[in-house]
Design a protein around this ligand. Structure first.
Ligand SMILES: [Zn+2]
Length: 226
């Protein structure tokens, strides 16, 4: 399958934020990885998906129109830190009604204002432009809290993943997340959002095996995703 590569924007330190689209013109879904730089398993899983898509051919069917961003936070990934180069948690930097910065030193500091960071602005612009029907944002989490966490109308998307990866389906991660991507895109824009929390104690290869089928079916499957 041919993927169309383009640059969404640049990070604080000028690193390219790259996107890969299965269709150059339209888009129905969006897959994000590496929002938190200390969750490299999320990047690995999304890159495995890209590698597999490049290998496969769909003889009779067109692929579903999906845009894939493997690394939203390239500066954090290089450093191995959750936050970006300005120590802002990108997953608290979206313009939600409940946005608040929180303490500057906290690991989930939301920044001086919503969309203060070039990485969150790049994702925000992309979502506004392509207006996807669904979004899967891949993260990882410790202490057995792995789950298919959904926002907005994302329940059936979460259930679909659960049938394949066996992770629990949850509407809440268990703590408040003001300014999170899921709150903004899911609850406020009404897009089906799945925050896929991979088990950080399992190997990255196992995380890929557990989610390969569900992720691939988003692009190659014919069933609709609501
Ligand atoms: Zn995360």
């Amino acid at each position: 399958m041919t993927l169309h590569r383009f640059t969404l924007g640049r990070s604080v330190e000028g690193r390219r934020i790259e996107a890969h689209a299965t269709d150059a013109r339209c888009c129905e879904g969006l897959i994000l990885g590496g929002v938190h730089g200390d969750e490299p398993k999320s990047v690995y899983v999304v890159r495995c998906l890209l590698a597999e898509l490049k290998r496969i051919e769909l003889p009779r069917r067109r692929p579903r129109a999906v845009t894939i961003v493997p690394v939203v936070n390239p500066d954090g990934l290089v450093r191995g830190t959750r936050r970006n180069a300005r120590k802002v948690d990108l997953n608290r930097n979206f313009p939600t009604r409940d946005w608040s910065p929180g303490p500057v030193r906290r690991r989930n500091y939301g920044g001086p204002r919503p969309l203060s960071e070039p990485e969150s602005r790049a994702v925000h612009r992309l979502v506004e432009r392509i207006q996807p029907a669904w979004i899967v944002t891949v993260h990882s989490i410790d202490r057995q809290r792995f789950c298919n966490n959904y926002d907005g109308p994302g329940l059936s998307l979460a259930e679909r993943f659960a049938r394949s990866n066996g992770y629990p389906v949850t509407a809440s991660i268990g703590y408040p997340t003001p300014g999170s991507f899921g709150t903004w895109a899911g609850r406020e824009l009404g897009i089906a959002v799945l925050t896929l929390e991979l088990p950080s104690h399992r190997s990255r290869e196992q995380c890929w095996r557990e989610n390969r089928e569900a992720l691939l079916s988003l692009i190659t499957g014919s069933a609709s995703t609501g």
